[in-house]
Design a binder for this molecule. Structure first.
Ligand code: B12
Length: 213
C-alpha cells in the first residue's frame, strides 16, 4: 500500500496539532485550498470506516470532526471571493434527522466564494422549515445535505413537501452528501446531485443558467 498523505494520517491519528500545522504549511506553500479539504475528506472516510468496524467510538468521530472544523477555519479565508454582485440566492440545510454539517459547510464556503448569497438553515431541518423559508426568501436554488442512509428518505419527503406547497417549479433543487449516488438520485429526483462540493458549485452555476445538469 502506498504511504498515506501526512494530513490524512494526522486526522486518522486524531493528532490535532500536527493536522493544523500541516494545513497551515500547505496554505503557506500555495496548495489549492479545495485540494486540502478533499484530502481531509479522505481522512474522514477512513475515520468513518474505523467507526463502522468498531475500532473507533463515537467520541473519536466527534474528535475528528472537531479537527476538520479547525482546518476549515484555517482554509476558509483563502477561499474568499472578490465578487460584489450576487450570482443567485441559495437556501441550504442538512435534512431532518441528520446532524452532519462539515460537508454542507464546505459547499457553503465554496458557493460564497463563487459569489452566491447563502441562507444556511443549519442541521436537522424539517421539511416544513424548507417550505417556509422558500416562501419567505424566494431562493433560486435549494440545497439539501444528507450523510445518513435514512436521511435519503427525509430528503425525498422534503422535496414532496415543497411540491405539495406548490413551490417545486419556483426553485431548482440540488442534493449532496456522502450517500448520494446514481440510485439515490433516481429515487429522490432532484434537479442536480453530487457527492463533491466543487462539482456542486459548477452544477449550481449551470442551474442558474437554466442548463440541464
Ligand atoms: C464526522 C462524522 C460524524 C460527526 C458529525 C459532526 C458534524 N458536525 O458534521 C458525528 C460524531 C456527530 C456523527 C454522528 C453520527 N454518525 Co457520522 N460520520 C462522520 C464521518 C466520519 C465523517 C463525515 C464528514 O464530515 N465527512 C467529510 C465531508 C467533507 O464529506 P461529506 O459530508 O461527504 O461532504 C462532501 C460531499 O458529500 C459534498 N456535500 C455534502 N453536502 C452537500 C450538500 C450539497 C447541496 C452539495 C452540492 C454537496 C454536498 O461536499 C463535501 C465536500 O466534497 C462519516 C464517515 C463518512 N464516510 O462520511 C460518518 C458517518 C456518516 N456517520 C455515520 C453514523 C452511523 C453516525 C451516527 C448514527 C452514529 C451514532 N451511532 O450515533 C450519528 C448520527 C447523528 C445524526 N443524527 O446525524 C455513518 C452513516 C452510515 C449510513 N450509511 O447511514 C458514517 C458513514 C460512518 C460509517 N461508515 O459508519 N458522525
Amino acid at each position: 500500500m502506498p504511504p498515506r498523505d501526512k494530513i490524512v494520517e494526522a486526522i486518522i491519528e486524531l493528532d490535532e496539532l500536527v493536522a493544523l500545522e500541516l494545513a497551515d504549511e500547505m496554505i503557506k506553500s500555495g496548495t489549492n485550498p479545495v485540494e486540502i479539504l478533499e484530502r481531509c475528506r479522505e481522512g474522514m472516510s477512513i475515520v468513518g470506516e474505523k467507526f463502522e468496524s468498531g475500532d473507533f467510538f463515537l467520541s473519536e468521530m466527534i474528535m475528528a470532526a472537531e479537527i476538520f472544523n479547525q482546518i476549515m477555519n484555517i482554509v476558509k479565508p483563502h477561499l474568499k471571493s472578490t465578487m460584489s454582485e450576487s450570482k443567485g440566492k441559495i437556501v441550504i440545510g442538512t435534512v431532518e434527522g441528520d446532524v452532519h454539517d462539515i460537508g454542507k459547510n464546505i459547499v457553503i464556503a465554496l458557493l460564497e466564494a463563487e459569489g452566491f448569497e447563502i441562507i444556511d438553515l443549519g442541521v436537522d431541518v424539517p421539511p416544513a422549515t424548507f417550505v417556509e423559508v422558500i416562501r419567505e426568501h424566494e431562493p433560486d436554488i435549494v440545497g439539501m445535505s444528507s450523510l445518513l442512509t435514512v436521511a435519503l428518505e427525509t430528503t425525498k419527503q422534503t422535496i414532496e413537501a415543497i411540491t405539495e406547497a406548490g413551490l417545486r417549479d419556483k426553485v431548482k433543487i440540488i442534493i449532496g452528501g456522502g450517500r448520494i449516488d446514481a440510485h439515490a438520485t433516481e429515487y429522490i429526483k432532484p434537479d442536480a446531485s453530487t457527492d463533491n462540493a466543487a462539482l456542486g458549485v459548477m452544477l449550481c452555476i449551470g442551474l442558474m443558467k437554466g442548463e440541464e445538469v
